[in-house]
Design a protein around this ligand. Structure first.
Ligand SMILES: N[C@@H](CCC(=O)N[C@@H](CS)C(=O)NCC(=O)O)C(=O)O
Length: 289
């Protein structure tokens, strides 16, 4: 290891400067709204406020999968939240998610609106509401993998991704620590998929919906530009699974919703109708429903 420890922490930490990382301008050590901001509301039972980050994509993929199964009650309006501009600290957004992070969902299908935050809770709520993607015979296993993803990914995203791709300095100790853990997590999945088509076995489930946007994109070399560094090609089972899921029409659609970066042809900033995929992106998919 080459880095020398130079920083001696003071007795009490104070917020006196930006950290310098890629998202430093939106990081702050206090919660709550910074400004008044109303959120738009559309006509559908579900109002999603999000972006097409892995945590956001989990939800749009599930909604698109539910619609593909014919659940018209899963129709949704998806509104972008520009987190780089601090919209997650607007008053209406904070009313839905006091933690100021996307995704946030308003379920207006019942007599009272229900607010939801934390992508895992949103997935569980939707899957239970429509009775899909949690096979009763494997319910405990499915929840175990869902909670595994929610608990494990911050080590990869906030740990490895941050220090490898976003931090203003490359710190060998931090990159080693989180690369080690990320490799271990990839191996957990690679072994699980050695003799199973999907995480739970033969059928695609909520576990796959939750895990794919993070670990699927990493193993396909689409995250942090780290495919070579992490030698993801070694994870052959995981790659086979990731490639198969990437081709699902609902996954292709879900990844476009609230996408604000990359190829313009793929960006669907707002989604209000299945036909939006055809009229507002250059998607060649047939509209559903
Ligand atoms: N555990 C949360 C994490 C959500 C999260 O970290 N969202 C990020 C984008 S992927 C965000 O909104 N960041 C804005 C910020 O931290 O201010 C979940 O799964 O919903």
């Amino acid at each position: 290891m080459t880095d020398k420890a130079q920083y001696v922490p003071p007795k009490v930490w104070t917020w006196n400067k930006e950290s310098g990382g890629a998202f430093a301008h939106i990081n702050r050590p206090i919660a709550g709204a910074t400004h008044e901001r109303a959120l738009p509301v559309g006509r559908h039972p579900f109002q999603l406020y999000s972006i097409a980050s892995p945590n956001g994509v989990k939800v749009t993929v599930l909604l698109e999968e539910l619609l593909a199964l014919g659940h018209q009650g899963a129709e949704y309006d998806a509104w972008p939240v520009r987190i780089g501009e601090g919209e997650q600290f607007g008053s209406d957004f904070v009313q839905i998610n006091p933690n100021s992070k996307i995704p946030a969902l308003l379920d207006r299908s019942g007599p009272e609106s229900v607010r939801l935050f934390e992508s895992g809770a949103i997935l569980l709520h939707l899957a239970e509401k429509f009775g899909e993607f949690i096979p009763q015979a494997h319910r405990a296993e499915c929840l175990s993998w869902l909670f595994w993803q929610m608990a494990s990914t911050p080590f990869m995203g906030g740990g490895f991704g941050h220090f490898y791709a976003y931090a203003p300095v490359k710190i060998e100790y931090a990159i080693d620590r989180f690369a080690m853990e990320t490799k271990r997590q990839l191996d957990v999945l690679n072994r699980q998929l050695a003799d199973r088509e999907y995480i739970l076995g033969e059928s695609y489930s909520l576990a796959d919906v939750a895990i794919w946007p993070w670990y699927g994109t990493v193993v396909l070399g689409q995250a942090y530009d780290a495919g070579e560094f992490l030698a993801v090609a070694e994870c052959k089972n995981l790659r086979r699974w990731a490639e198969a899921i990437a081709e699902r029409p609902a996954v292709i659609r879900g990844r476009k919703v609230n996408l604000m970066t990359g190829d313009l042809a793929d960006q669907l900033h707002e989604r209000h109708d299945a036909s939006d995929f055809l009229t507002k992106t250059q998607d060649k998919l047939q509209p559903i429903g």
